[in-house]
Design a protein around this ligand. Structure first.
Ligand code: GDP
Length: 468
């Protein structure tokens, strides 16, 4: 398929979604006003909402079917697997130098003072810098807050041939090209910032990714997680046993409800009902296309109460999830072996779900979403976040390009000319996004469908030693 065809197909799907966010959002506001003025009008609006959502589902199903009948499914599968294979072989090459004694190294300490998802993102950041500088990543993880013995007790070592951090010459970041060992700080204090931090993807892969995938950066991050999270045998057995015990089966929607220490500090509270409304909508859409024997949810949380609440309030659902696992996530017991097992399992099962409903303000859900990309040619749309759009901690700014002009209709909105660059801050999931127009410096709302992500292709090494 041409890149134009693949991008247009995704643009239409996105447009339908955004149009319904807009229309349903506005109608719900009108409905509130109508309730006080005219009960008949309110009833009428309810009917429009009920019928309108069926229109939307029908359109989305058609676009999905188009993708099945256009004859490119086999190409998508093969391209995804070829691309992943190429990146995995490059990482294997980078990580396994023949002579560790002379290899150029980048040393990364796993123990950033934060949670498991945050630490995984820290590790992936180190790995992308290693890839960008063609240095073998050396991981220091002894005394890790989640597992004292270190990373290698849980996952395969990041190298078979080179784990020794010593060398002739040492330096803090950035060092010189001939410095053998460079120590990398956390991204928050990284200076200077290299061009290959997220949201950058390698220029030599960008055209292929732009055709294959709806959000290349998420795919790119997923590839590093795929390499890093290869389990040790004990971990693999634990996952296998948990899977049997749970009765994990598809179709299934993964729901992550982040509560406890996050709420009120870094994120707002969202009720179980808000998450479940999105799950309902996923299944309503799916049922247009196929019969669903049973609606299943995999529910992960750091709040054990929400799992029993879901099982009580939603008897028409199979709610898979373990409140004992959620209990270990409490801040008081969080940094421990049992808690680590729990979060490994939760992220694993979330990533295996058909769709994710969560808050992208949580790194737990973002990691699951990133891993999910390794399991489909393009899983960019398989989520509903109740708050943020996807981001990567420490990322350079997220730029969109206006594809249609816009005239602000009130003080909250901003103008757009076609081609304007916009630094997007967030999508309000009501038809509007908020951002800053980089031409005018105006900050405000704009209709989400009038701008599209720009793919950040940067110069990375191209690993000519690894065959294409
Ligand atoms: P964030 O704080 O939500 O962005 O994610 P982090 O992963 O950085 O830190 C949160 C930590 O809380 C996790 O790493 C877990 O240790 C724990 N946690 C949060 N949510 C869950 C969950 O759904 N299941 C389990 N088992 N642990 C969780």
């Amino acid at each position: 398929p041409s890149i134009q065809y693949e991008q247009m197909r995704r643009k239409i799907l996105n447009g339908v979604q955004e149009m319904w966010y807009f229309a349903s959002g506005e109608l719900k506001k009108m409905q509130k006003q109508a309730l006080a003025l005219s009960p008949q009008l309110a009833t009428r609006i309810t009917r429009v909402l009920e019928e309108g959502v069926v229109h939307k589902r029908s359109l989305m199903t058609d676009i999905d079917t188009l993708m099945e009948v256009d004859g490119y499914a086999a190409w998508r599968e093969k391209e995804a697997s070829d691309l992943s294979d190429l990146v995995q072989r490059r990482l294997d090459y980078l990580q396994n130098p023949e002579d560790c004694g002379s290899a150029r190294k980048l040393v990364c300490n796993l123990n950033k003072g934060c949670g498991y998802g945050c630490q995984l993102h820290h590790l992936v950041y180190c790995f992308t810098v290693a890839y960008g500088t063609e240095r073998t990543l050396i991981l220091k993880s002894r005394g890790w807050r989640y597992r004292k013995a270190g990373w290698e007790e849980v996952f395969l070592p990041v190298s078979r041939t080179c784990t020794d951090p010593s060398g002739r010459t040492h330096s803090h970041w950035p060092g010189r090209p001939d410095t053998q060992v460079v120590e990398l700080p956390i991204v928050d204090s990284l200076s200077p910032r290299p061009p290959y931090l997220p949201l950058a993807v390698p220029k030599d892969l960008a055209p292929r990714l732009a055709r294959l995938h709806g959000d290349p950066i998420v795919w790119w991050i997923g590839q590093f997680l795929k390499f890093l999270l290869r389990p040790q045998e004990a971990t693999s057995n634990m996952i296998q046993e948990a899977s049997v015990k749970l009765g994990f089966k598809r179709p299934i929607v993964g729901v992550h409800i982040r509560r406890t220490d996050k709420v009120g500090t870094e994120a707002a509270f969202h009720s179980l009902e808000e998450y479940m409304a999105a799950v309902d909508e996923y299944y309503n859409l799916l049922e247009m296309k196929q019969k669903v024997d049973r609606r299943r949810v995999y529910l992960a949380s750091d709040d054990p109460k929400v799992i029993t609440e879901a099982q009580r309030k939603y008897p028409e659902y199979d709610i898979l999830g373990d409140s004992n696992v959620a209990k270990t996530a409490a801040v008081s017991t969080r940094y421990s072996d049992t808690s680590l097992n729990g979060i490994i399992l939760d992220i694993h099962f979330l990533s295996l779900c058909d769709y994710l409903v969560c808050t992208f303000s949580s790194q737990v859900c973002r990691v699951a979403y990133e891993i999910m990309q390794t399991l489909y040619p393009d899983a960019a749309k398989r989520f509903r976040s109740l708050d943020d759009i996807y981001y990567y901690g420490g990322q350079s700014s997220h730029i969109q390009i206006a594809v249609l002009p816009h005239r602000a209709r009130d003080v909250n909105e901003m103008n757009l000319e076609q081609g304007d660059l916009v630094g997007i801050a967030g999508n309000h999931w009501d038809g509007y996004s908020k951002g800053k127009n980089l031409r005018t410096n105006q900050i405000g709302l704009y209709p989400s469908f009038k701008a599209q992500d720009r793919i950040e292709a940067a110069d990375f090494p191209t690993y000519p030693q690894v065959p294409l």
